[in-house]
Design a protein around this ligand. Structure first.
Ligand SMILES: Nc1nc2c(c(=O)[nH]1)N[C@H]1C(S)=C(S)[C@@H](COP(=O)(O)OP(=O)(O)OC[C@H]3O[C@@H](n4cnc5c(=O)[nH]c(N)nc54)[C@H](O)[C@@H]3O)O[C@H]1N2
Ligand SMILES: Nc1nc2c(c(=O)[nH]1)N[C@H]1C(S)=C(S)[C@@H](COP(=O)(O)OP(=O)(O)OC[C@H]3O[C@@H](n4cnc5c(=O)[nH]c(N)nc54)[C@H](O)[C@@H]3O)O[C@H]1N2
Ligand code: SF4
Ligand SMILES: [Mo]
Length: 725
């Protein structure tokens, strides 16, 4: 079987990897974002120490290139701060202990609390930076090992709005309709709410590829990011107004006859209502709401509508809103009304955030989901999974609640929480409240390889391995399932996450359901569990992944070559095969600015750090490049508050305040501020953010809250922060 030729663009095979004497190369993929770039890890043959990273030219996504995080990811492996033994809180202090002692304590707490309060008293809060095998086993461990309905994961903060948007509009949630190489064949690219150059740097060669062919670039972002800087049109909208912006574009497309009537008639439903509703969003009206000049809205609509092929790409900037799911659907409406889908150069995608943000949301660690993207309340799905797991259908609990709702229930319905692969003390909204919720727990277990801000509060901390020590699969931004190859070592007494939960299950008397000796065995069960589901992995094997350089799902049989491009037959995943053109009014963010809190705060990322920063803040090279958070503000706004570049500013919302140095820049709207969120404790911008959730997807509104700013006063700064940066 050959590798899909249309994905071959950046691979430079054949090539001879450089191997040095006494060393081996492990061909794996990056620990960080959803691009899942290929890389070779250099390993010492005698000590199995990780020595460094080498380019890997044969993986088409990145063809040997890596971003600053990618080249330094390996530095976690030998890091001196790694957790190498279980820690148990004794007399208030986390103290090194044995696995037996830790397991005994955990198991006795589970039994005690469940006998007092029922099975659902345990919550499992999981993460998507883990392999498919680990994510799958977490879902099974919660339902069958612990018997609780309460499991959810950090992808709830991330891509859940995109998932819901895709499901309601096209009936399937695979992040991209096509392989990434499709992007290069677009005549126009619309990138919305994605800081591509910093957050998915290895996507930029695809953007340049399209530009080289003459493609136009439209960017919708309140900030002039590095991506917006090179755009033909920068739609510099007020945060939280994307629905009005897209309604304005739809208005122009319809009004100027730039829509594809035949496509709409044959392949969609709901156009009349869309036409009716968008009538009132004429460019002037849309401009009034969004703050984008009406000529730019018209020009963007014309560029997009007149182009034969086009791709819409978006990320958390449009998704992390209380209207996130609907905003996603409205961006997809741009493709559906102009017939841009199902062929090379035409489609839409959300940038997958975490390395396995895609696979991690398919195989059962979501509150309402069973493996294969099945619904936990669907009787047929329950029966199928019960037969794969060898349990009675009644043993599978019903749907639980979302990640932030789990945190809000701590001390109430949920008395014990097991936290795996997430650091909510930095990453959850209104993080001051989260600290209070965690205090209400009877018992708190955290599994991590570094002592995170959340782990510091746990009763027991269990040491896990880092990504390069584990075998398994992840599913990248394209929907391509790839093989993460690991080094066969577990430093100190660290253990792999899947092994840890299997051993706890064993001690709970549920070991018969967790008899796995390798990730491949778990994967083979996942394949059977996913068979016939939307995300069907049944035809994917480790071997096939290695042979084909990744296999795109759905892949329903071993003979099947996988599905790089969805909707080629223009059939969408509804019984009538038609995509839904849904209509949305602009309602704006949950928290509006007012006289007391007059400025909009938006939050996000920088190229040098990853998420809660628990991994990247420990890597010296990255820390040096970006040691602290900062506040981006416009010179006019800075002048009005007497704030100079580098001076400390107190930023406050109704929920909390932090002090950050000012970065005065014209690259942001005058009515908005931006702070990156990779730091904890007194530097966590999530002290300010609004925990309002999108009712459909339960994603928090990280991208808009109302704040005020003032220059920090003398003597006001918390310990360790100085007045001028
Ligand atoms: N360097 C780096 N890369 C990463 C990560 C990381 O932490 N660091 N994390 C990974 C993960 S998990 C994720 S989810 C992705 C996130 O990737 P992105 O979503 O690209 O990153 P963000 O910085 O959160 O937000 C993107 C942009 O949204 C804009 N924005 C804010 N509000 C609005 C709005 O209302 N409308 C519009 N249109 N735009 C708005 C911001 O100005 C910002 O430039 O990155 C992945 N890659
Ligand atoms: N203000 C604001 N807040 C945000 C966002 C935003 O844009 N603005 N974005 C949100 C988004 S998109 C996301 S994805 C979340 C992510 O936020 P988190 O869920 O907190 O993500 P991480 O920082 O990756 O946390 C992972 C933790 O698990 C550890 N870890 C890594 N790999 C493994 C593993 O294989 N096993 C185990 N056991 N542990 C591991 C790491 O050391 C780290 O402590 O943050 C959200 N929070
Ligand atoms: S673009 Fe993403 S996957 Fe590639 S090296 Fe950078 S962080 Fe890793
Ligand atoms: Mo994310």
């Amino acid at each position: 079987m050959q590798q899909h030729s249309q994905n071959d663009d950046f691979s430079q095979r054949p090539y001879e990897p450089i191997t040095r004497e006494g060393e081996s190369l492990v061909a794996t993929h990056c620990a960080f974002c959803g691009m899942q770039c290929g890389m070779n890890i250099r390993v010492d043959n005698d000590t199995m120490a990780v020595l460094g990273v080498e380019p890997r030219y044969d993986f088409p996504m990145n063809g040997g290139r890596l971003c600053p995080k990618g080249v330094s990811a390996y530095r976690q492996a030998e890091h001196t701060e790694r957790l190498l033994k279980p820690l148990i809180r004794k007399n208030g202090v986390l103290t090194e202990s044995s696995w037996d002692e830790a397991y005994d304590l955990i198991v006795s707490k589970i039994k005690e609390l469940q006998s007092k309060h029922g099975k659902d008293t345990i919550g499992l809060y999981s993460g998507s930076s883990m392999t498919n095998e680990k994510c799958y086993i977490m879902g099974k461990f919660a339902r069958i090992g612990l018997g609780t309905k309460h499991i959810d994961y950090n992808g709830r903060y991330c891509m859940s709005a995109a998932a819901t948007g895709f499901n309601q509009t096209v009936g399937i949630d695979r992040g991209s309709t096509g392989p990434w190489s499709d992007i290069k064949f677009a005549d126009v690219l619309l990138i919305a709410g994605s800081n591509t150059a910093e957050c998915h740097p290895l996507s930029m060669p695809y953007v340049w590829g399209a530009r080289d062919r003459g493609a136009k670039l439209i960017v919708a972002d309140p900030r002039q990011t590095k991506t917006a800087l090179v755009a033909d049109i920068h739609l510099d909208l007020r945060p939280g107004t994307d629905i009005a912006l897209t309604n304005g574009i739809l208005h122009v497309l319809i009004n100027e006859g730039l829509i594809d009537r035949a496509f709409i008639d044959e392949h969609t439903a709901g156009f009349e209502a869309l036409e009716e509703m968008t009538r009132k969003y004429d460019p002037a009206t849309a401009s009034g709401i969004t703050g984008v000049a009406s000529e730019k809205i018209v020009e963007a609509a014309r560029l997009f509508g007149r182009a034969k092929n086009g791709f819409v790409l978006f990320a958390r900037g449009i998704e992390q809103h209380s209207t996130g799911s609907d905003t996603v659907s409205n961006y997809v409406n741009l493709c559906l009304t102009t017939g841009k889908v199902g062929r090379k150069g035409a489609g839409f995608a959300t940038f997958t955030g975490q390395g396995n943000g895609q696979g991690g949301r398919e195989h059962g660690q979501k509150a309402d989901q069973l493996p294969g993207y099945r619904k936990i309340y669907d009787p047929a799905a329950r029966a199928h999974i019960a037969s794969v797991w060898g349990v009675d259908e009644s043993e599978i609990p019903g749907p639980g609640i979302s990640a932030y709702e789990i945190l809000q229930s701590l001390g109430e319905e949920i008395k014990m929480m097991i936290l795996v692969c997430s650091n909510p003390m930095v990453s959850a909204p209104s993080v001051g409240d989260v600290g209070e919720y965690l205090k209400k727990l009877d018992f708190f277990v955290c599994i991590d390889m570094f002592l995170s801000e959340s782990a510091e509060l746990a009763d027991v901390v269990l040491p896990s391995t880092v990504w390069v020590e584990d075998n398994g699969t992840t599913t990248n931004v394209e929907g391509r399932v790839i093989h993460i190859k690991g080094i066969d070592r577990t430093p100190g007494e660290s253990k792999r996450d899947w092994k840890i939960v299997c051993e706890i299950a064993e001690r709970l008397g549920r070991g018969q359901y967790f008899q796995f000796d390798s990730p491949e065995e778990i994967f083979n069960e996942l394949r059977t569990a996913s068979k016939g589901g939307i995300a069907d992995y049944s035809g994917i094997t480790y071997d096939k992944i290695d042979r084909m350089n990744g296999v795109f799902w759905p892949c329903p049989s071993e003979e099947h070559e996988g599905t790089p491009r969805l909707f080629e037959d223009l059939k969408f995943n509804f019984p009538d095969g038609r995509a839904r053109l849904l209509t949305f009014e602009h309602t704006g963010p949950n928290e509006k600015v007012d006289a007391e809190y007059p400025i909009i705060l938006t939050t996000g990322r920088v190229v040098f750090h990853y998420l809660s920063g628990n991994q990247t803040r420990r890597i010296e090279a990255l820390r040096k490049l970006c040691p602290d958070p900062y506040l981006e503000l416009h010179p006019n706004l800075a002048a009005r508050h007497g704030i100079g570049n580098g001076e400390m500013v107190k930023v406050s919302s109704r929920r909390g305040s932090i002090f950050v140095p000012a970065k005065v820049t014209k690259a942001i709207r005058e009515d908005s501020l931006f702070v990156p969120y990779h730091w904890g404790k007194q530097l966590a911008i999530n002290h300010l953010t609004n925990p309002a959730l999108d009712p459909k997807s339960k994603i928090p509104e990280f991208k808009v809250c109302a704040v005020k700013i003032e220059k920090a006063k003398k003597g006001e700064l918390p310990n360790g922060q100085s007045a001028v940066h």
